[in-house]
Design a protein around this ligand. Structure first.
Ligand SMILES: Nc1ncnc2c1ncn2[C@@H]1O[C@H](COP(=O)(O)OP(=O)(O)O)[C@@H](O)[C@H]1O
Ligand SMILES: [Mg+2]
Length: 269
């Protein structure tokens, strides 16, 4: 079920970002050496919605996620989260904001020598004064939410790829985040396992009421989890709109991407 109608399709005219309750990205630019990965990108993510950012490999999708939580520093532009300018924050304020984010990064490895429950609880051990029993109980609760009840005491090596992703997701939600950033959550999974991850993303949005950004080049996943989509290409957000807008667009580069064609304005290489 996609609730594409719940959020406005286009909102380039953000108005006052300090009054915006979601995440607002304004004029964000980032280069590595001579390569401009992002060039003055604008994007808004409304509270409670799932925005899917699509685009080819190497177009700066992962960089965008890292910039939002300042794991990378932008060259220019601003990021606002609930009206607070992340780009101007002190280190301690930034740490506080980061705690409201759950992140499922690509290949975010679990520690091999720790059980699944210990992996999920690790961040609580670092950031709370909870007892080991309470930490374990919370870890188990999150594992149950992602369908991994019964795997608490397994080592990561005993898990399939899909189970590892789910364990990573349990770890991402253990601190009760308000925001979740997903980097290619279905990449490398078989289609059925990938779809189970899509269902989980939708479930977490509904049950935890989180605001999410999902970066992917998996269109099946994008259609399933998105409230709105944006396409990143050549440093720019070349398109954004509802799922229906994407399905019906005449924008040739977007059509080429969503149809997975080699021929078209994007070229092959
Ligand atoms: N830390 C970094 N240092 C130098 N170049 C980087 C760094 N991170 C990403 N890049 C480059 O930025 C571009 C975009 O990368 P990325 O965001 O990972 O793409 P995507 O996630 O869309 O596949 C790539 O050309 C990549 O090589
Ligand atoms: Mg990436």
């Amino acid at each position: 079920m996609v609730a594409a109608h719940r959020f406005p399709a286009v909102d380039m005219h953000l108005g006052d970002p300090a009054a915006f309750t979601g995440i607002a990205v304004q004029g964000l630019s980032k280069s590595f050496g001579p390569k401009a990965v992002l060039a003055a990108c604008d994007l808004t993510i409304h509270k409670g919605e799932t925005l899917v950012v699509i685009g080819r490999s190497g177009q700066g999708k992962s960089v965008l996620l890292k910039l939002i939580v300042r794991l990378l520093e932008p060259d220019a532009g601003d990021i606002w989260i609930e009206g607070r300018q992340v780009t101007a924050m002190s280190r301690s304020a930034l740490m506080h904001v980061r705690k409201s984010f759950g992140m499922l990064f690509q290949g975010a490895a679990l520690f091999d020598s720790m059980t699944v429950a210990e992996n999920v609880g690790l961040i609580l051990q670092e950031h709370t004064d909870w007892t080991p029993a309470r930490i374990r109980a919370r870890a188990c609760e999150c594992l149950e939410l992602v369908g991994l009840a019964g795997s608490e005491d397994k080592l990561p090596s005993a898990l399939s790829g899909g189970m590892k992703k789910r364990a990573g997701l349990a770890r991402a939600i253990v601190m009760e985040p308000q925001y979740i950033l997903y980097d290619e959550p279905t990449t490398g999974l078989d289609p059925i396992t990938g779809d189970a991850i899509n269902d989980l993303i939708v479930k977490l949005q509904r049950e935890l009421n989180v605001t999410s950004i999902v970066v992917t080049h998996d269109m099946q996943s994008a259609y399933k989890v998105a409230d709105r989509m944006a396409m990143l290409n050549d440093g720019h957000i070349i398109f954004h709109g509802t799922v229906d807008d994407v399905r019906t667009t005449e924008h040739q580069a977007v059509r080429q991407f969503i149809e997975g064609r080699a021929e078209g304005p994007l070229g092959v290489f």
